[in-house]
Design a protein around this ligand. Structure first.
Ligand code: BES
Ligand code: MN
Ligand code: ZN
Length: 495
């Protein structure tokens, strides 16, 4: 998608579709609709009076040959209640416009900037929303309607465009494209996206954006004594990979070093504790945490905050097989802690355990992990909200603040000593499951045991990694949820 600013008067701005938004109850006289010439607004007054145009969220009203502007068509998008409006809502409005117009074979649109969306944050949101909306998950369909893409987005500014506005456009493009990279990885089936392939994709991304990438194979994983990661990996014929991607700004202080650890299970059958057949195909997405961290690295490589970041993705399949680990096994993790396996389907916490231990060994002083860790978190929060966990409230608060700024929904769930009893083992240091009740909490706490005293936050994205329905502003399928929040956090840490 080409994106550019234009600042000619609306009476002269030639484009297939000009897009404006208006608020509920008075869409013909609010939002960016206010910037339209009076001849155009007379038309809109009629639509409002007749009740055809209400301004309800994402309502789209398309007008052919609008009076008073050079555009061939005018699209008015409903922005909902004005009192509830926030900058982040602009993403959904531009997204809704993009999806509505794509479906009508439009390839070029002009977004009317005005008021708050003419400021840097607004421009970034409009750009992000448009690119996110221009993605569909059906890339493997042979009769895909590939030409239904938006080729050009014009940002119709009122006056001269300054450097801050140009930077915001670029920033929005970088973040949304990183999110697309994450979504493509999550969407790719497990027969082609093996751990080896995931490592290759990480390597290509790193080479392209000037990051350092190192991939450890089965021998190195065993040599590092990653007994927990290895236990999961040993049941698969596909070689396990530990992907390590590094970013460091030349002027970054020696600390903090942020460790981003992402679960990279390219397919989760459940192992010997095998999953039911019904939804097992969804487990091709069990590397979404890893894909999130790789997307974040792609973005910060371009945004260049003055910090140090190491991303680690322990990648393997979780398979049943002659070599697979078994319920009842006791394994020794890299940290030395022994773990009794009660359920081989609780594999995510095992690969994260060793990856976190290794992250600390590499010098990380603050940790964030993202993982499709538990079905339990989807019971608690649905597909809408990511579960956030951690002992260090300051670190948790930073994530929550970044989530709020980007409009991604995240919610803190508790961690508490009293839950520890649930994953006690009779024969080893800890057990790998804590039962059904509070399953998202005990899973998070298990992972946290390996972070130890290092500030750590865990994001359980099992629900939010995927959307089961089309939304007006985003196609169903992989969401890339978490990328904007983490990029916001890292760039705010590093100016
Ligand atoms: N990858 C799954 C969790 C999951 C479920 C992700 C649904 C996305 C959608 C994870 O490895 C798992 O199987 N967790 C088990 C843990 C249980 C055995 C303690 C679960 O949630 O049932
Ligand atoms: Mn599992
Ligand atoms: Zn899993």
């Amino acid at each position: 998608m080409k994106i550019e600013f234009r600042n000619e008067p609306l009476t002269e701005l030639e484009c297939p579709v000009l897009v404006a938004f208006g608020f509920e109850t008075h869409p013909a006289s609010s939002g960016t609709v206010e910037r339209l010439p009076s001849a155009t607004r007379t038309l809109l007054d009629e639509l409002q009076a007749s009740g055809e145009m209400t301004g309800k969220p994402y309502e789209c009203t398309l007008i052919h040959h609008p009076a008073g502007v050079a555009a061939q068509k005018l699209l008015v998008v409903g922005a909902g209640k004005k009192e509830k409006f926030e900058d982040a809502h602009l993403r959904r409005l531009s997204g809704a416009a993009v999806r509505y117009l794509r479906a009508r074979n439009v390839h070029e649109l002009a977004w009317l900037l005005g008021g708050r969306d003419a400021k840097a944050a607004g421009i970034q949101n409009v750009v992000e929303g448009a690119i996110v909306a221009d993605y569909d998950a059906d890339t493997l369909r042979t009769e895909r309607n590939g030409e239904r893409r938006i080729e050009r987005l014009i940002l119709a500014a009122e006056g001269a465009v300054d450097d801050a506005a140009r930077a915001a456009l670029e920033r929005g493009r970088i973040i949304a494209e990183a999110q697309t990279f994450t979504r493509e990885l999550v969407n790719e089936p497990a027969n082609t996206l093996t751990p080896t392939k995931l490592a290759q994709r990480a390597g290509e991304m790193a080479a392209r954006y000037g990051l350092e990438c190192q991939v450890l194979g089965p021998q190195e994983i065993r040599d590092l004594k990653m007994g927990a990661f290895w236990a999961v990996a040993q049941g698969s014929d596909e070689p396990a990979k530990l992907i390590v991607v590094r970013y460091a700004h030349r002027e970054a202080p020696p600390s903090p070093v942020i460790g981003l650890v992402g679960k990279g299970i390219t397919f989760d059958t459940g192992g010997i504790s095998i999953k039911p057949a019904a939804d097992m195909h969804e487990m091709k997405t069990d590397m979404a945490g890893g894909a999130t961290m790789l997307g974040v690295m792609q973005a910060i490589a371009q945004l260049k905050p003055k910090i140090r970041v190491i991303a680690l993705v322990p990648a393997t399949e979780n398979m049943p097989g002659g070599n697979a680990y078994k319920p009842g096994d006791v394994i020794t993790s890299m940290s030395g802690k022994t773990i009794e396996i009660l359920n081989t389907d609780a594999e995510g916490r095992l690969v994260l355990a060793d990856a976190l231990t290794y992250a600390k060994q590499l010098g990380c002083t603050a940790l964030i992990d993202a993982a499709t860790l538990t079905g339990a978190v989807t019971i608690a929060l649905g597909n809408i909200t990511t579960g956030v966990f951690g002992w260090n409230q300051e670190w948790v608060d930073r994530i929550l603040a970044s989530a709020a700024a980007t409009g991604e929904k995240m919610w803190q769930l508790p961690v508490d000593e009293d839950y520890r009893d649930l994953y006690k083992s009779a024969i080893a240091d800890i057990a790998n499951t804590g039962g059904r009740y509070g399953g998202a909490i005990t899973a998070a706490m298990f992972v946290g045991e390996f972070a130890g005293d290092t500030p750590w936050v865990h994001l359980d994205i099992a629900g939010t990694r995927w959307s089961n329905e089309d939304k007006p502003y985003r196609a169903k399928g992989p969401t890339g949820h978490g990328v904007p929040t983490l990029v916001h956090l890292l760039t705010s840490l590093g100016g």
